[in-house]
Design a protein around this ligand. Structure first.
Ligand SMILES: *Cc1c(COP(=O)(O)O)cnc(C)c1O
Length: 380
């Protein structure tokens, strides 16, 4: 590595700098937007405590950065999918309560769960059996998950009281029991399935005294009936709309991720010239075409069709042809003085991620969680 030891070569500092980044693709993470969105969740359901959902690397934003920011902003708890995600947060110094949304997958996890003060969801009689058979060094806080109509995980509603009794009988294993359920259709504002789920849940509670949690982001913003002791906002914290037919800004949410790259080439083509793989797009006239250094290898959706907007020099320009692994092409006819090196935003403030998701035939959750590890997350 001759350039690593040379001190006279101009390139040396950059090439030896640990964080040197040759490629312009990056995800800027706007922490003030994150705080704004948290505030929005609080304002929509002022009596609820907030369990911020930061599973899957905080929906692709970087769970440690997001957890520190939310901890400072005073959330009451965090939720992740599994113990590995929780241990990463504990190792980074996060002391907040952390809930494992699927509980444990194997009873071997229970020792660490107890030692690290993690809370678990219990969603099946088998999990309860396993807890009954396993020694724990201190009693755990648990969330009994009930199936009020999602029909994915959860105890049937008529299993609630017997399960509650079993857990109440072992105070050396269980210190707190709380209840949760998950909504299947809350993203559709006119679908009364949500009210049916809430009613079914509350009807079964009878006079059981327990803290409950029903609302995800859509519940928090759209369904008063789902507001309970705890809310579990996920997608709204990141600034995307939880509803199927609105964009984040229409719900007064601010985008946290700004996915950016830059123009690395501009060339002029003639009428009839084809652009990219499959020669799938042809120039209708003599025109400039820009190449942006980002592609599906970074998590930008390959199914984003021709016409999907990208933000360039304060203007929307259309993507053309097929998205490649590391690059995509844009029609520069609307922007005659674009230059190589100009920054490009794939989603963020100029283009809402909700719009890209719709055009690509997917949802914002998938786009955010698919951003690949090679894209550096840069908080600001
Ligand atoms: C992911 C998840 C949430 C958050 O849902 P959003 O739609 O992102 O707000 C809430 N509760 C559970 C059980 C989840 O798995």
């Amino acid at each position: 590595m001759e350039y690593a030891t040379s001190v006279t070569n101009d390139f040396t500092p950059a090439l030896t700098f640990k964080h040197y980044q040759s490629r312009p693709a990056q995800a800027l993470i706007d922490l003030s937007a994150l705080r704004h969105n948290l505030q929005r969740a609080r304002q929509a359901a002022p009596t609820q405590r907030i369990m911020a959902v930061i599973k899957a690397n905080a929906y692709g934003h970087g769970s440690i950065t997001v957890a520190h920011c939310l901890a400072h902003a005073g959330v009451d708890a965090l939720a992740v999918a599994c113990i590995e995600e929780a241990l990463e947060l504990r190792a980074a110094g996060i002391a907040l309560p952390i809930v494992l949304l699927e509980g444990f997958f194997h009873p071997d996890e229970l020792l660490l769960i107890a030692q690290q003060h993690l809370q678990i969801v219990l969603h099946s009689p088998q999990q309860i059996d396993a807890l009954m058979r396993t020694k724990v060094p201190r009693p755990l806080s648990v969330w009994l998950k009930l199936d009020s109509g999602m029909h994915r995980l959860g105890l049937f509603l008529d299993e609630l009281h017997s399960s509650w009794q079993r857990l109440k009988a072992v105070p050396e294993k269980v210190s707190h029991i709380r209840l949760m359920t998950h909504l299947a259709c809350a993203d559709e504002r006119n679908n009364n399935y949500t009210e049916q789920q809430c009613q079914a849940f509350y009807r079964r509670l009878n006079n059981l005294e327990a803290e409950c949690s029903i609302a995800n982001s859509a519940g928090i913003l759209g369904w008063q009936c789902s507001h309970a002791a705890w809310g579990r906002p996920g997608i709204m914290l990141y600034g995307a709309s939880p509803f199927c037919n609105t964009q984040g800004f229409e719900e007064n949410l601010k985008p946290v991720m700004h996915l950016r790259s830059a123009l690395i080439s501009i060339k002029h083509y003639q009428v009839g010239d084809s652009i990219g793989y499959g020669a799938a797009w042809r120039c209708p006239e003599s025109m400039p075409v820009g190449i942006v250094a980002i592609g599906y290898g970074d998590g930008y959706p390959r199914h984003a069709p021709t016409g999907t907007p990208v933000w360039l020099n304060g203007q929307r320009v259309p993507l053309i042809g097929r998205v490649s692994m590391d690059m995509l092409a844009v029609d520069l006819r609307p922007l005659t003085h674009a230059q190589v090196g100009d920054p490009v935003e794939l989603w963020g403030a100029g283009v809402a991620i909700d719009e890209v998701a719709r055009l690509a035939g997917t949802i914002t959750y998938e786009l955010l969680t698919q951003i690949s590890p090679r894209v550096p997350r840069i908080p600001f």
